[in-house]
Write a protein that binds this ligand. Sequence first.
Ligand SMILES: [Zn+2]
Length: 231
Amino acid sequence: MFIVVKRRRLVLVLLILIAAELALTAVVCVKQFANSNNSLIDFTVVIDAGHGGIDGGVVSSDGVKESSLNLAYSKTLGEIFANSGFNVVQTRKTEDGLYGLPTNGFKLRDMKARKAIIDKVQPNLVISVHMNKFSQSYRAGPQVFYQKGKDDGQKLAECLQKVFNDSTGNNHQAIAGDYYVCRETDCPAVIVECGFLSNDAEAELLQTAAHREKICSYIFSGVMFYLYEAE
Ligand SMILES: [Zn+2]
């Protein structure tokens, strides 16, 4: 039994190392297939850059908007998946929101537009990309959220959180709640809060390409871990 468990763990570690290596390689060749729709794997990931337009999300003390960082992280994450052979669909591709005219009720229209894209694509996974904020400014590191009562989303969230914690030394928990994108989506869906804009040091780090690529490679590795565990 011990040998079986140990062997399984070894395979898992190797898989994550391979996934991380693959992700980093993908980042290096980021532009090579960026415009190609020729996915190698029949597996679609929707990447949802949170907020946009007049909805900037949370803002760092030096004025950096969550919506802009979400877009940059979503693009990098999409490139990693696409370069690894996955089919990738982005909900938001520009700084604009998806709500049309910024009138009353724009937030719900924005969320419904995201749901319409997801419903049309019928993906295997949805990853909604956000940045976090907390009253205690020392809090740092990526954290994952999922829809309460949805087991597949919980499993995906826990796999991502494990890779994040193992990579960063944090001990955050994946947290259940009620989130429109996760609730209204049939496939496993999570919200990844990539870091805290309320932490000045982390806010600065989150703006660097090196950190963005690192966090996105962890997300990719977390999804590989989830797919391995779901076998
Ligand atoms: Zn957000």
